[in-house]
Design a protein around this ligand. Structure first.
Ligand code: NAP
Length: 297
């Protein structure tokens, strides 16, 4: 019989991911802090739990996709948390992006109860979550990874076991360094195109297929040209990730001057109340510095 899945966190990412789990035929129970967000899943056939503990008691595998380290700690270890309901032999898969060190501590706490844990953060944006094409970087024991594989395959296309507990989160931070680097390169390139008076649609089309092409350029470049700042990934969450990156880099003595600069550019946008914009709004920081604006469509 298929494992019974519990899914916690039905935000931009979790809503699409949970829907793909359900469509693949797994029995699904969901929980979201704001209950209204569970309505589409319930309409599609998922059961709705009242607490994370209740969800864990009804599940063989619990998946979590919520905002930050403290949130995951509260949902797993807090009152009415997953740890209160999870049975020995069950598995918790955290797909949020959080601290690698806190991940190792939670894996130990769960292991004391006979519950296995994987960190399995994702990349591929809201589009990847909706289409089931995410890249998933997994940390934990090989037996748990094997057990999780059929479930993870409903959400992602590339699933890579990268090492022990916390390694998935570390690789996700590596991913984020590259994501924001691509984002700044895109923003600077488009600003130069605007300043140079060329047709921005044509410029984007021309460079997307060459060596400058990237996921960021293909998915968020057109949004910038349309001045559409709706988030696939909010600046608030981007900054959360860059804090995790800079903290880990500090602990390990790795110099990341470009990433530190990008963190500060995003900070100017936070200061202007733009935390809810998508991370491609980084270009607004350059626009403010230069007085050059990408022309409205
Ligand atoms: P989101 O749309 O802001 O959703 C956040 C989710 O976390 C909501 O379900 C929210 O519940 C829940 N939550 C936050 N704090 C909580 C708490 N203390 N207790 C219980 N639930 C809590 O965020 P998202 O974009 O889906 O991101 C979720 C995770 O995936 C983050 O770690 C993010 O870094 C990561 N991620 C996102 C993307 C992306 O492109 N969006 C890509 C890769 C990875 P409410 O509905 O009650 O607020």
């Amino acid at each position: 019989m298929a494992d019974r899945i519990g899914f916690i966190g039905l935000g931009i990412m979790g809503s699409g991911m949970a829907m793909n789990v359900l469509r693949a035929g797994f029995p699904l129970t969901v929980w979201n802090r704001t209950p209204a967000k569970a309505t589409p899943l319930a309409a599609a056939g998922a059961a709705v739990a009242n607490t994370p503990a209740e969800l864990a008691a009804a599940s063989d595998i619990v998946v979590i996709c919520i905002s930050d380290t403290a949130d995951v700690e509260a949902v797993i270890l807090g009152p009415q948390g997953v740890i209160e309901g999870a049975r020995p032999g069950s598995l918790v898969i955290d797909m949020s992006t959080i601290s690698p060190a806190a991940t190792r501590q939670m894996a130990s706490a769960l292991a004391e109860r006979g519950v296995a844990m994987l960190d399995a953060p994702v990349s591929g944006g809201s589009e990847g979550a909706a289409r089931g094409t995410l890249s998933i970087m997994v940390g934990g024991e090989a037996t748990a990874v094997q057990r999780a594989a059929p479930l993870l395959q409903t959400m992602g296309q590339r699933i890579t076991h990268v090492g022990p507990h916390g390694a998935g989160q570390t690789v996700k931070l590596v991913n984020q360094v590259m994501v924001v680097g691509n984002c700044l390169a895109m923003a600077e390139g488009l600003l130069l195109a605007q300043a140079g008076g060329v047709d921005l649609d044509k410029a984007l089309e021309a460079v997307s297929g060459g060596a400058a092409g990237s996921w960021m350029l293909s998915n968020r470049g057109p949004q910038i040209l349309a001045r559409d700042w709706r988030p696939g990934f909010t600046i608030a969450l981007q900054q959360k990730d860059l804090r995790l990156v800079l903290e880990a880099a500090d602990q390990q003595g790795a110099p990341l001057p470009g990433t530190a600069l990008i963190f500060q550019l995003y900070r100017t946008l936070e200061a202007r109340g733009l935390s809810g914009d998508g991370n491609h709004a980084l270009i607004k920081a350059l626009e403010a510095l230069s007085g050059i604006e990408i022309a409205a469509p």
